[in-house]
Write a protein that binds this ligand. Structure first.
Ligand code: URA
Length: 197
């Protein structure tokens, strides 16, 4: 466990715990506010993320940013975004269970430093690892469950929404559910929005 972001970022950037380190360009640690009350967790970096060193910067990321903006959330302001694995799996294959296992302590450390009130898992891989292994995301997205004092919700992965745009309304509805929960339990997330109302 590292107690400062600087130590954590430096150690994570030098990680060689699994073979993904051999093909990566960047370790994609995360982006956002270290005091965020809401944390989003995706699966792992794709090609754009690997090249730029930031999560969700490709097409799926652009859609994510749009849906976030619609409920006054912003990756550079009031949330934090990370992934289950920090290095790109070749050809964008699913991260292997052993790769997830080697990487998960980085995420645990991030959660310990941030202490979010709400964790949103984007897609099946993150939801299965964080919420419950047998989660059925098509049926269970948008539902909050409490685990270790943190509210957790699975959402459809934005890449899945891009593949099937008919799912946009149900994906967006989850963001509305999230906004209501933030209004109910978070103190800081919408503070700047409320101030300008
Ligand atoms: N998909 C993810 O799950 N994470 C990223 O960072 C980018 C795409």
């Amino acid at each position: 466990m590292y107690n400062t972001w600087e130590e954590l970022k430096n150690a994570c950037a030098a990680c060689q715990k699994c073979a993904l380190c051999e093909t990566r360009h960047h370790v994609v640690v995360g982006v956002g506010s270290p005091t965020a009350e809401v944390m989003f967790i995706g699966e792992g970096p794709g090609e754009n993320e690997d090249l730029q060193g930031e999560p969700f910067v490709g097409r799926a990321g652009k859609l994510l940013d749009k849906m976030l903006a619609a409920v006054d959330l912003d990756r550079n302001d009031n949330i934090y975004i990370a992934n289950i694995v920090k290095c790109r799996p070749p050809q964008n294959r699913d991260p292997k269970p052993e790769e997830q296992e080697m990487c998960i302590d980085w995420l645990r450390n991030q959660v310990k430093l941030i202490r979010p009130k709400i964790i949103v898992c984007l897609g099946r891989i993150a939801a299965a690892r964080i919420i419950k292994p047998d989660i059925k995301i098509t049926r269970e997205h948008g539902q909050f469950i409490e685990k270790n004092g943190v509210l957790m919700m699975a959402m459809l992965h934005p890449a899945a929404v891009l593949r099937d745009p008919r799912r946009k309304p149900e994906a967006f509805n989850d963001f509305l559910i999230l906004r209501d929960k933030i209004n109910e339990i978070c103190e800081r997330t919408y503070a700047s929005v409320r101030a300008t109302e």
